[in-house]
Structure formats: structure tokens, C-alpha cells
Design a protein around this ligand. Structure first.
Ligand SMILES: Nc1ncnc2c1ncn2[C@@H]1O[C@H](COP(=O)(O)OP(=O)(O)OP(=O)(O)O)[C@@H](O)[C@H]1O
Length: 205
């Protein structure tokens, strides 16, 4: 699935711009804090509207400023794992996982892959940071996305949890089923995981 992203716009005082094309594999958006990496994910997901540019996924145009096309997030077919997991606190893990799914197909396999089968009846507030992150990844995958966005999926975790999630991301990448776009400002992480690096720098405002 080809992913073509070319988005630009002002976020507060910052001029944010990013362009790349990706196939299945892992594209890392790399850059200093505040350069606009999360904003680019939000633009791709449809949570923030770019002033210029376009987002295309396979044959579908998700956004095109010039043509006036702007699909809402739920119609983009994109899974988004936020930096802070954002599980629904009043739903158990199972209901969180199935939130964007049409049925339970793939639930068992996804839980096995992520090592979260034993957590299905738990409430989000009882999960560790790494567990919550894995549930958030599972929820995104079970919505059967055609592309996946990961915002600093290894942040705020201890070393053991980090390598656990890193293995999950490598597994996803090496399945080669969908383009993954991941934000990080950790050079080592970027180097280990990326099949493509997109460096974001300060733009002229
Ligand atoms: N709602 C907002 N209103 C005004 N400014 C904002 C808003 N959201 C983000 N910004 C600013 O826009 C810039 C880009 O923010 P963004 O979160 O996209 O950067 P980032 O590269 O992801 O940063 P970090 O690596 O620290 O998460 C920052 O300077 C931020 O302060």
C-alpha cells in the first residue's frame, strides 16, 4: 500500500511541513522537540487540517487542499497510537480492543502477538505503561487500518518494557503489511527501527 504525504501548515507560531512517500515498512519522523512531528501525525490522521498539500493512501485521496477533499478521521483507514495510549477508562481491555473493530476476528491472534491475552478483563487503570501501550497498538490494529501511526511508542517506559514494545514494532514492520509512520527523537531507536528516515527541521515561518 503506497502512502504519499505532503502536508504543511501553521501550528501556533510554528510553520510545520513534511513530505514523504512510503510503502510497507517503517518511516521514522525524526526531529527536535517542537518541530511539529506530532502535528504531522495529526494532519495525516485528519485531526488537524493542513493549509496545503495532500495525503494519499493507495488509490484513495484522504486529503487534498486544492481539490477540497478532507475525509474525517474515521473514514481514513488509519490506526493511530497516541503517545499517552488514551484507552477508554470506563471500558475493560477487551472492549477497548474491539472499539474500532467490526467483529472479534483477529482478536486472539492480535492478543497473542502482543502478549496481552491475560489482560482482557482488566480495567485500563490497572495496566502498566507498557501494557497500556500494547493494548493501544492492539486497538489500532483490530480496526484493520491500511496505515499505522505511532507517536513516540517507546517513551516513558523502562528499558525492559521498551525492548518489549520495540520487538512488537519490529514484528509489525517485518510482516510488511502496511506502512507505519513513527515519531521519535531518539536517534538509536530511529536507527534500529526505520526503513526510511524523514528529518524534520525548522522551517522559515
Ligand atoms: N494547539 C496548539 N496551539 C499553539 N501551538 C501549538 C499547538 N499544538 C502544538 N503547538 C506548537 O506547535 C509546535 C509543534 O508541536 P508538535 O507537538 O507537533 O511538535 P513535536 O515535534 O511533536 O514535539 P515533541 O517532540 O516535543 O512532542 C510546537 O512548538 C508546539 O508548541
Amino acid at each position: 500500500m503506497r502512502f504519499d504525504v505532503d502536508v504543511a501548515g501553521r501550528v501556533g507560531e510554528t510553520e510545520v511541513a513534511c513530505a514523504f512517500s512510503a510503502d510497507a515498512g517503517l518511516t521514522v519522523l525524526f526531529g527536535a522537540s517542537g518541530v511539529g512531528k506530532t502535528s504531522v501525525l495529526n494532519m495525516i490522521a485528519g485531526l488537524m487540517r493542513p493549509a496545503r498539500g495532500s495525503v494519499r493512501l493507495g488509490e484513495r485521496t484522504l486529503f487534498d487542499a486544492a481539490a477540497g477533499i478532507d475525509l474525517p478521521p474515521e473514514r481514513r483507514g488509519i490506526g493511530y497510537v497516541f503517545q499517552d495510549a488514551r484507552l477508554f477508562p470506563h471500558r475493560r481491555v477487551r472492549a477497548n480492543l474491539l472499539y474500532g473493530a467490526t467483529d472479534e476476528t483477529g482478536l486472539g491472534e492480535t492478543c497473542d502477538f502482543l502478549g496481552i491475552a491475560h489482560l482482557l478483563d482488566r480495567w485500563p487503570k490497572t495496566l502498566s505503561g507498557g501494557e497500556a501501550r500494547r493494548v493501544a497498538i492492539g486497538r489500532a490494529l483490530l480496526s484493520r487500518p491500511q496505515a499505522l501511526l505511532l507517536d513516540e511508542p517507546l517513551s516513558f517506559l523502562d528499558a525492559a518494557r521498551r525492548s518489549e514494545i520495540e520487538r512488537v514494532i519490529l514484528g509489525l514492520r517485518d510482516r510488511g503489511e502496511l506502512p507505519i509512520v513513527m515519531v521519535t527523537h531518539d536517534a538509536g531507536e530511529a536507527e534500529r527501527l526505520a526503513t526510511q528516515m524523514v528529518h524534520m527541521g525548522a522551517e522559515q515561518g
